[in-house]
Ligand binder design. Structure first.
Ligand code: ADP
Ligand code: MG
Length: 611
């Protein structure tokens, strides 16, 4: 209960207005329902001609009678007058019309009650999704390990839906069903407190039996949901691994695996559906038993003739009693939905409330880059082993440095530390003597341009992909950037030129073309510092030449960190740093380094290793 109140407090405030409306319309519905059913009494009395009493009109201001008594008496008086003047049949018709009109009003308010709950439901869900998305954007890259990525998608889809259900259930639980039940119970007590007392004893027993059935249902549906998740992740795997599956002729294997899982899921579904179907007759049976018991008890009261309740009122009583069953059922159902929703909310909060170690300094310093970038005694680890050990290096403004070393030696990591994709554990990185942790992230990152092995493109036009990092770019600037990046010609060859959509993740383009788009993007951003992380290593020789040309254009008059496997790029660097197991083991310019005959010489000689 505390948990759900906490959720509501967090997410409902923007929707208070709707909540109030729902609340009001639910009360109206309950009251109207009580009154619309009340028309049954005179209808029955007319039909069975049981009302032989003669009524006389009581003035509404009469102080001797309570308002309810006065109202009942006057209605009866009016009905008997109708019968006297127009006949029973006409009176019956009038009562039927009243019943219809009252029901119309009641269903109208019930509809409005749900009508105003809808914007709450969709609003809360929208807010949670947006919050997760925005949080993902602010969290550091290190937060998203591979297994976490799938998890986050599951949370955005499955868990948010679960919360939706639970919020809805709890709204019903707090603002609808109790109102209905309370008003119906009050009416029942006014009609006959003896009967109501009896009902209050019988009901909980029946509720308990129904609860047992429900619980076993919950357990198996939970298992089935897990199985469903497994199946979905298999499909995901199939989709992303389709190339490998086909190449290894593994279709049958994958197919068998899926079929086994999906058969199992089917058997579970059978079991659940059958049990669910069982719940129906069970509840009907139990409901009828309850009604039968009440019927017997109430009937005995009437037959006993002690004036506790008359037959018509008793039938009215039963219909009100019947109206309680639904809200009561829903109330017990919502308790379960709320539990699941809370569990989901907890999972969502692991993201929403994850703390973000990489954020702006409380009092950020202004950032200028006029002299140099310094790595001072930098140590870094992803989790346990040091990946960067005690690295010291200086990059003068306008110079190009190259990082070389075997795969896994920490080159990418070292470069990633500069735009603060990760933070150093020991030591620091300084730009003109200012620690990059002391400036605004935005300022820092607007200094840095980044092109890596995998060109990240978005499902959008060439134009927007190039304009990605720049708020206001003119068409001519974009074309200019594309030209420098050697991308203009192939873009113009497409159907709509710059406004051609490149498809999901740029799948329609070759590796070289994608890379040139991402270089055009970097050129347009015109950063002072450029990081090129194996920007050409995924390309074949032909496109590599075009891309290399583009890169050379990009590097002109810029401070650059290149991580490359091509000797020519490295040879022109002002300084080469050779990395081995996270340390810088040698540095200098190509000619002098090579003649040293050390690790660098070995790397160059086996050029293939220089990745
Ligand atoms: N996201 C990560 N989480 C954990 N370990 C990582 C991660 N990225 C890289 N590593 C590890 O850090 C080391 C250096 O990797 P990296 O900087 O990518 O090397 P390089 O770019 O020189 O090939 C490797 O041992 C690699 O396994
Ligand atoms: Mg790398």
């Amino acid at each position: 209960m505390k948990g759900i109140v906490y959720i509501l407090k967090r997410f409902l405030p923007p929707y208070k207005k709707y909540l109030l409306l729902t609340f009001i319309f639910n009360i109206l519905t309950a009251i109207l329902n009580v009154f619309s059913l009340a028309t049954i009494i005179p209808i029955l009395q007319v039909l069975f001609k049981v009302n032989t009493k003669t009524y006389s009109f009581i003035s509404w201001q009469n102080a001797d009678h309570s308002l309810i008594d006065t109202a009942l008496n006057n209605i009866n008086w009016y009905v008997t007058r109708l019968i006297e003047i127009y006949g029973s049949s006409f009176a019956l018709m009038m009562l039927a019309v009243v019943l219809v009109v009252m029901t119309l009003l009641k269903t109208g308010t019930a509809y409005l009650g749900s009508y105003f709950i809808i914007p709450i439901r969709t609003g809360v869900v929208k807010d949670i999704r947006n919050r997760i998305n925005d949080k993902i954007l602010t969290l550091p890259i290190g937060f998203f390990t591979e297994e976490r990525k799938g998890d986050i998608l599951a949370r955005i889809s499955g868990d948010v839906n679960e919360v939706e259900n639970s919020v809805m259930s709890s709204l019903d639980m707090l603002f609808k069903n109790p109102i209905l039940i309370l008003i119906y119970l009050t009416t029942m007590t006014i009609l006959s407190w003896q009967l109501t007392l009896f009902v209050l004893i019988v009901l909980p027993v029946m509720g308990f039996v129904m609860g047992r059935v429900g619980r076993s249902l919950k357990k198996s549906s939970f298992e089935a949901q897990n199985k469903w998740g497994e199946l979905m992740s298999q499909v995901e795997e199939t989709l992303s691994g389709l190339r490998v599956i086909k190449a290894f002729n593994a279709e049958n294997k994958i197919s068998d695996r899926f079929h086994t899982g999906s058969n199992l899921f089917r058997r579970m579904s059978n079991r659940i559906a059958r049990r669910q179907q069982l719940a129906h007759p069970m509840s009907e049976l139990l409901g009828t038993i309850t009604i039968a018991i009440v019927l017997w008890f109430g009937g005995s009261l009437i037959l006993g003739g002690n004036g506790v309740i008359d037959a018509a009122t008793f039938i009215y009583y039963l219909t009100i009693f019947y109206s309680i069953i639904n809200p009561a059922k829903e109330l017990s159902k919502s308790a379960y939905a709320v539990q699941r929703g809370l569990a989901s909310m907890e999972r969502i909060d692991k993201i929403l409330q994850a703390d973000n170690p990489i954020s702006d300094a409380p009092q950020p310093l202004p950032l200028h880059f006029d002299e140099k970038i310094e790595y001072k005694d930098v140590w870094f680890t992803y989790n346990t082993d040091w990946v960067i050990r005690d690295v010291r290096l200086t990059i003068e403004k306008g110079k190009t440095i190259a990082l070389v070393g075997q795969s896994g030696s920490g080159k990418s990591t070292l470069a990633d530390l500069l735009p603060r994709f990760y933070d150093t554990q020991k030591g620091g990185i300084y730009i003109d003597g200012i620690n990059i942790k002391d400036v605004k992230l935005r300022d820092l990152r607007s200094l840095v341009g980044y092109v890596n092995q995998e060109a990240i493109l978005f499902n959008d036009t060439f134009y927007n992909n190039i304009a990605f990092g720049v708020a206001k770019a003119t068409e001519s600037e974009i074309v200019e950037a594309a030209k420098i990046a050697n991308a203009h010609d192939f873009i113009m060859a497409t159907e709509k030129g710059y406004h051609t959509n490149i498809g999901d993740r740029g799948g329609k383009l070759s590796g070289g073309q994608r890379q040139r788009i991402s270089i055009a993007r970097a050129i347009l951003k015109n950063p002072e510092i450029l990081i090129l992380d194996e920007a050409t290593s995924a390309l074949d020789t032909d496109s590599e030449k075009l891309v290399q040309e583009a890169l050379d254009n990009l590097m002109k008059s810029r401070t650059t960190i290149v991580i490359a496997h091509r000797l020519s790029t490295i040879m022109n660097a002002d300084e080469i740093y050779v990395m081995k197991e996270g340390q810088i083991v040698e540095w200098g310019q190509h000619a002098s380094l090579y003649t040293q005959g050390g690790y660098y010489t070995k790397l160059c000689d086996t050029q293939a290793n220089l990745i």
